[in-house]
Design a protein around this ligand. Structure first.
Ligand code: PEP
Length: 255
C-alpha cells in the first residue's frame, strides 16, 4: 500500500516572507488532513525558513536540485550534504527545466541521484517526453531511456524508497494536462520498467507521481488512476488554498 504524496515545486518564486505567509495559511488548512504525504520545494534561499515553518507538522521539505559533489570549488552549486543540513529530506532531480535550461543529462542526473541517496535525501526523480517525441510515437522509448540511465547503479532497495515523477514536458505550465489514459499508460510503463530492471518489490513500493498542469479541478481524476500515487505541482502550488485543495484531492488515490 503506497501512501499518496503531493509535492509543491515553487521553482524561482517566493521570498522568505512570502514563504512564511504561505505556510501560515497552508498549515491552518491542512491541520486535520491525513492519508497523504506533503512535500514543499522552495527556492534555496527560503529553505531554512520553510524547514522552520513546518516544524511540528508532517510536511517535508525538498531542494529543487543538488550537485553530486559533497563540497568544493563549485560556484553556484548546492551539494546534497548542504541541503540535508538545512533539514530538507527530499530533492527534485532531473526536472525538465534543469535538463532543458541548465544542461542536465541522463548521466549527470544519475550522478546526482546516487549522491543525494548517499547523503540520506529522497530524490523526486523527474522524467518525461517532449511533444515532438510523443508525436513521433517515442514517448515510452524516451521514458525507458531516462529511467534506465537515471537509475543506473541503484539497488532495488534504494529504488523502493524513491519517488518518480512523470512530467510530460508539453504539459508543464501549459494548462494542458495529459489525459487520464496518457498518464495511466505512462505510469504503468514506468512501473513495468522498474519491475524488469529491479524487482517487483521495488516497483510496487516506489511512488510514481504525475506532474503537468495539475489543479484543484483535475487532481481527483488523475490520482484515481491505479498507477498514479500523487502529484508534483508547479503553478497551482503557489497559492495556499489551491495547493490545499490539490492535497485534499490527492487523498483520493486508490492504490
Ligand atoms: C512542474 O514544473 O513540476 C510542474 C508540474 O509545473 P505545473 O504544475 O505548473 O505544470
Amino acid at each position: 500500500m503506497r501512501t499518496p504524496l503531493v509535492a509543491a515545486n515553487w521553482k524561482m518564486h517566493k521570498t522568505v516572507q512570502e514563504a512564511q505567509a504561505f505556510l501560515q495559511v497552508f498549515r491552518g488548512l491542512t491541520e486535520d488532513v491525513t492519508g497523504v504525504d506533503i512535500v514543499i520545494a522552495p527556492p534555496f534561499t527560503a529553505l531554512t525558513a520553510v524547514v522552520a515553518g513546518v516544524q511540528g507538522s508532517s510536511i517535508a521539505v525538498a531542494g529543487q536540485d543538488a550537485y553530486w559533489q559533497a563540497e568544493g570549488a563549485f560556484t553556484g552549486a548546492i551539494s546534497p550534504s548542504l541541503l540535508a543540513h538545512t533539514g530538507a529530506t527530499h530533492v527534485i532531480l532531473g526536472h525538465s527545466e534543469r535538463r532543458n535550461l541548465f544542461g542536465d543529462t541522463d548521466e549527470s542526473v544519475n550522478k546526482k541521484m546516487s549522491a543525494a541517496i548517499a547523503f540520506g535525501l529522497t530524490p523526486i526523480f523527474c522524467v518525461g517526453e517532449t511533444l515532438e517525441e510523443r508525436d513521433r510515437g517515442e514517448a515510452l522509448v524516451v521514458l525507458t531511456r531516462q529511467i534506465r540511465r537515471g537509475l543506473d547503479g541503484l539497488s532495488g532497495e534504494q529504488v523502493a524508497s524513491l519517488v518518480v515523477a512523470y512530467e510530460p514536458i508539453w504539459a508543464i505550465g501549459t494548462g494542458h494536462n495529459a489525459t487520464v489514459d496518457q498518464a495511466g499508460n505512462a505510469h504503468a510503463h514506468i512501473r513495468g520498467i522498474l519491475r524488469e530492471r529491479f524487482d517487483t518489490g521495488a516497483a510496487e513500493s516506489c511512488r510514481i507521481l504525475y506532474g503537468g498542469s495539475v489543479k484543484p479541478g483535475n487532481v481527483r481524476e488523475i490520482v484515481a488512476q491505479p498507477e498514479i500515487d500523487g502529484a508534483l505541482v508547479g503553478g497551482a502550488s503557489l497559492d495556499p488554498k489551491s495547493f490545499f485543495e490539490i492535497v485534499a484531492g490527492g487523498r483520493a488515490t486508490t492504490v
